[in-house]
Design a protein around this ligand. Structure first.
Ligand code: LLP
Length: 427
């Protein structure tokens, strides 16, 4: 199957040059008017297109694409992906509850990652009958064995190994070096599989690896999987048969380049993965998050004020760091585009939110086409780790979310109210 990446590779575009921005065929102005701002808008078409890219790239293999729920955990998006065959990578009991609420039939396609699973979370996952636990320490393996025995449920597991491979990305989201808290050293894996064999409740299902996030080059994935494949051969010699390799997530997008070709990137990734796993005939799992949803989403926000102060111009929006924290937390770049272009020269501005912190910015010294109070701007590529990392800081209700499917748009999460925020509190 070949899938053209062209029509949706950037779903947010003007229908004609100079016209106002749309998501597919749906006007962002109309959505902002109907649902208010700040507003997250997602393109279902693009999410499915991205899923299809992975499916096509690994068509020759027995495979399961386990979407990393943490990137965007909207129930409607989980349901959409599940309906198209995706599994899920979860990191908490809460994420499992989301999968169960959105697509209960997908429980058997869930893998559970994370360094600090509690007994209660393990029990929830055992009762739900998930596919596999990605075990990150010896202590966790013991806990899993104990819970499985107590509940009299078989627990399939993979050991998450740390391949000690460096991946060029932001230090906060790099995970594959021995100094990171994730996974276990390759050399301890064999002993762990052997130990697990003594519990009749544990079933060695696979091996897993995840080296970090927003990794642009295919090379570190290849390097990590070569090491994993070598270990799988060594384990086989020692009598431990591994039938599933979980290659983790982490494939990056390009937040700067508007002509980024997602099809090419997935192909390069698949080529590196397939080369490293040449000869492995078991099942391949991958856990992409960002790549599936980031570019499918935009945060639409209204300009509250344009403030000139000395040489600086601040464009103050009604969205803030609590709605999208990536620029403040990782110095991340998001393209910012006026929804309805005005004529005039672009000028360098800071785009900032109303939160009382200097760190509350979306861009600094960014060339931006002219905007005035009341205008809408779209922060692009905000579909991953946007709403998912939002908070109520400054007692700000979180944005509404809208999913655009073909020609129709529907609300998938209503805007929070102040009453929602106050509800759990007692005086
Ligand atoms: N699998 C595991 C075990 C992970 O820890 C992650 C992400 C993924 C899969 C998905 O990675 P992705 O395909 O999305 O790169 N908040 C940060 C990213 C944190 C990633 C954490 N782990 C950001 O906004 O850039």
């Amino acid at each position: 199957m070949t899938v053209s990446s062209k029509p949706f590779s950037r779903p947010f575009h003007p229908p004609q040059p100079g016209a106002a921005l749309h998501c597919g065929t749906v006007s962002l102005e109309a959505l902002a008017k109907q649902f208010g701002t700040p507003l997250y808008v997602y393109s279902a078409d693009q999410i499915l297109e991205r899923l299809a890219l992975f499916q096509a790239a690994f068509a020759e293999r027995d495979r399961l694409i386990c979407y990393a729920v943490k990137a965007n955990s909207a129930l409607a998006i989980l349901k959409l992906l599940a309906a198209h065959g995706a599994g899920f990578d979860i990191v908490s009991g809460g994420e499992l509850e989301r999968v169960l609420a959105a697509a209960p039939e997908a429980a058997e396609r869930v893998v559970f990652s994370g360094v600090g699973k509690t007994a209660a979370e393990i029990d929830l996952a055992l009762n739900a009958g998930i596919l596999s636990f990605n075990v990150e320490s010896e202590g966790e393996l013991d806990l899993l064995a104990a819970r499985a025995q107590k509940l009299r449920k078989h627990a399939r597991f993979a050991i998450r190994v740390n391949p000690d491979v460096f991946a060029e990305t932001h230090p906060y989201i790099s995970t594959g070096l021995h100094e990171h808290k994730f996974g276990v050293a390759m050399k301890t894996a064999l002993a762990m599989y052997k130990r697990a064999a003594s519990s009749k409740w544990l079933e060695a299902h696979g091996i897993s690896v995840h080296i970090g996030s927003q990794i642009a080059s295919a090379e570190p994935f290849g390097a990590a999987l070569e090491r994993v494949h070598k270990l799988v051969r060594q384990l086989a010699k020692a009598g431990v048969e591994i039938r599933v390799i979980d290659a983790g997530g982490g494939l990056g997008i390009d937040y700067y380049n508007r002509s980024f070709d997602p099809g090419k990137r997935v192909q390069a990734y698949a080529k590196a993965v397939n080369a490293a796993l040449d000869g492995f005939s078991g099942k391949l799992l991958i856990e992409p998050g960002r790549f599936l949803v980031a570019q499918a989403g935009a945060l639409v926000t209204r300009v509250v004020n344009v403030k000139r102060s000395g040489k600086k111009t601040f464009v103050i929006t009604d969205a803030a760091m609590n709605d999208l924290i990536r620029p403040a937390l990782y110095q991340a770049h998001h393209e910012i585009v006026p929804v309805k272009p005005r004529s005039g020269k672009a000028r360098a501005v800071d785009v900032v939110g109303p939160v009382c912190e200097t760190g509350d910015f979306f861009a600094r010294d960014r060339e931006l086409a002219p905007v005035e109070p009341g205008d809408l701007v779209a922060l692009l590529d905000a579909g991953a780790y946007g709403m998912a990392q939002s908070s109520n800081y400054n007692t700000r209700p979180r944005p509404a979310e809208v999913l655009v499917e073909g020609r129709t748009a529907r609300l998938i999460r209503r805007r929070e109210t102040i009453a929602d925020l106050l509800a759990p509190e007692m005086i």
